[in-house]
Design a protein around this ligand. Structure first.
Ligand code: PLP
Length: 366
């Protein structure tokens, strides 16, 4: 364990789910908890999303391991595998755990037909409406649906879903085109439809259909560049912090850290904070990225190293050894730190490493 820690606010998580519901009207919710719930802890987040009032109708994960961990924790609700299964072994395990499967390729349909004995399957067919990553082409959809139905491997109409590539771009035509493509797929033989990720939920009401799939917004982060979650009423769930462990007085012209990359342009007081890229702080954070100590912002100075960052506190004389430095969360939006590191908040949240202590605030069951 390092002395860095993340504090995860489950009340904020449940509040954010409420914002999602306000936007999505009557749509049911798949809470997306892939990648260890975007770095927030799969099992606790899953429990808090189920335990919210009202709780999510389903959870969605990227792979089988995540789904099995949910089942082993006692979660018996609807769990959707967003990429489906990739081979026979996975199909057998998924069926044993009663998972709902995305079917995005003829290969996966073949696999299901080869394992008819395991039927019925709970399926969502995925159509590629323009993202061109996973999905059946619109023309293939009725063909593959007919194969599934003819062989009786589905007991009730499968769902139909698609994924939006550019829903965070409010001006472009891509989302309008994708939704038009999705709407043009004949719905006969299908049950519910689903298209919206967080950006779809927040900006594209026409993408809501019967099921929405929020991820990043549940964690309090805005999917739109140049914006923070608070502007949409979201509350950050994660706060990432570490203690100040040393304070140094350096002279004009001194250089600090690896490569001497930080240069003191004046007599400079520096706080050494016990977190670095080994904890998940981005190594490429630009100098001047803010760190919050005692409620005040001070800029990074010098390179981020594995275990430490160095912060220019010359203008904040009150800082003392033992103070907690907030790296993101609370009054310091992770979106802002992501911009300083030329990445997106999704990446920062999912990259906090396992040596960081995790604490939860709030009751997952209510
Ligand atoms: C990750 C994912 C989502 C959630 O996306 P956010 O932008 O985090 O809301 C929804 N649907 C699918 C298929 C995904 O892979």
């Amino acid at each position: 364990m390092s002395s860095a820690r993340v504090v995860l606010d489950l009340e904020a998580l449940q509040h954010n789910l409420g914002i999602c519901r306000d936007l999505a009207g009557d749509a049911s919710v798949f809470g997306v908890v892939k990648a260890n719930a975007y770095g927030h802890g799969l099992l606790t987040v899953a429990r808090a999303l189920r335990g919210a009032r009202p709780g999510v109708e389903g959870l969605a994960v990227a792979n089988l391991d995540e789904a099995i961990r949910l089942r082993q924790s006692g979660d018996e609700g609807l769990v959707l595998l967003l990429a489906g299964v990739h081979n026979a072994e996975e199909l057998v395990a998924a069926q044993r755990h009663q998972l709902a499967l995305v079917v995005h390729s003829a290969f996966q349909v073949d696999l299901l037909l080869q394992h008819q004995a395991l039927a019925p399957f709970k399926l969502w067919l995925k159509v590629d409406s323009g993202m061109h990553r996973l999905g059946l082409s619109p023309a293939e959809v009725p063909v593959q649906l007919a194969r599934l139905r003819a062989n009786g491997v589905v007991s009730r109409p499968p769902g139909l879903l698609t994924h939006l590539a550019s829903a965070d771009e409010l001006e472009g035509a891509e989302t309008v085109e994708q939704l038009a493509c999705f709407d043009a797929v004949p719905k006969a033989g299908f049950g519910d439809c689903s298209a919206a990720n967080s950006a779809g939920i927040m900006a594209w009401p026409a993408s809501h259909y019967q099921w929405v799939r929020p991820g990043i917004m549940l964690y309090g982060v805005s999917p739109f560049s140049g914006e923070i979650g608070a502007q949409r009423g979201l509350r950050p769930v994660m706060q990432f912090s570490a203690p100040v462990i040393a304070i140094r007085q350096l002279a004009w012209g001194d250089r600090i850290g690896y490569g001497g990359a930080g240069r003191c342009e004046r007599p400079t007081r520096v706080a050494v904070v016990a977190a670095g890229y080994g904890d998940g702080y981005p190594r490429h954070a630009s100098q001047a990225t803010p760190v919050l100590i005692g409620g005040r912002r001070s800029p990074l100075l010098g390179r981020v190293s594995m275990d430490f960052i160095t912060v220019d506190i010359t203008d904040d004389p009150g800082v003392a050894v033992g103070d907690e430095a907030i790296l993101w969360g609370g009054e310091l939006p992770v979106e802002e730190i992501a911009r300083g590191a030329e990445t997106i908040a999704y990446e920062l949240l999912t990259r906090v490493t396992s040596r960081v202590r995790v604490e939860y605030r709030g009751d997952p069951d209510g």
